[in-house]
Design a protein around this ligand. Sequence first.
Ligand code: BEZ
Ligand code: FE
Length: 272
Amino acid sequence: MDRPINPAQHCLDVCSAFGQAADPRMTEVMEAAVRHLHAFVEEVGLTREEWLAGINFLTEVGKNCDDVRQEFVLLSDTLGVSMLVEMVNEQPAPGSTEPTVLGPFYVEGALPRAFGDSIVDDPSTGGEPLVLHGTLTDLDGHPIPEATIEVWQVQPNGLYDIEENPQKRNLRGVFRTRGDGTYEVRTVRPVDYTIPDDGPVGAMLRTAGRKPWRPAHVHLMVRAPGYKPLVTHAFDAGSPWLSEDAVFGVRGSIIAPMDDGDCQFDLVIEKI
Ligand code: BEZ
Ligand code: FE
């Protein structure tokens, strides 16, 4: 091996080592990942100590993952990667409701609810009563009946039900739109809350001078046969954290006033 090896040649050598994968997509993804990773190391002149600190950080992130806590997803969220993956995979048609992150607190099997039902299952929930309602339409403004709108949100104490107790269910429900496309949910006004920040991702945010807050929101997942599923939030227009969301999930079209116990949040989805 008598050829000179500089960083550029070294990067090419590592990339070409991935050139024989049985799946060409594996080659494409790994070559790009190596190129960007090497460019990052060169650009910042990464020291050995920083490299080791990075390895130790990722090790801690891995140690903080189990069935209920997924610190790698939280890392992806706080680095803006989760939202970027959404943007790369789905460009919403103009006029349709913008999507945002699913988040880690979605639970399958929420109770079916009738139009106007309450999702407050724990009588000690507290908070300000809120009626969240609106109409689901297609891009031409035609109402979509019999769609499911699944909602879930944080409790007024700043915790999701399952953070308090994995078995607890509160502030969740699956609604169906009526013949005119309308839906209505009785709930409590969502509050601003912090993402789980007692692990390495929280430490990263503090070290970087970032805040762990998410602006108050209700999660909505909309499904209707023949339409693209939509995962989004209704953000409270009164939240002070709209421009500092820890996971970069805020979009202009999904901010709505929630004053005086009422929030109209119309939804528009696209045909497949
Ligand atoms: C949430 O909105 O529930 C959420 C999203 C991303 C990270 C943490 C929480
Ligand atoms: Fe949330």
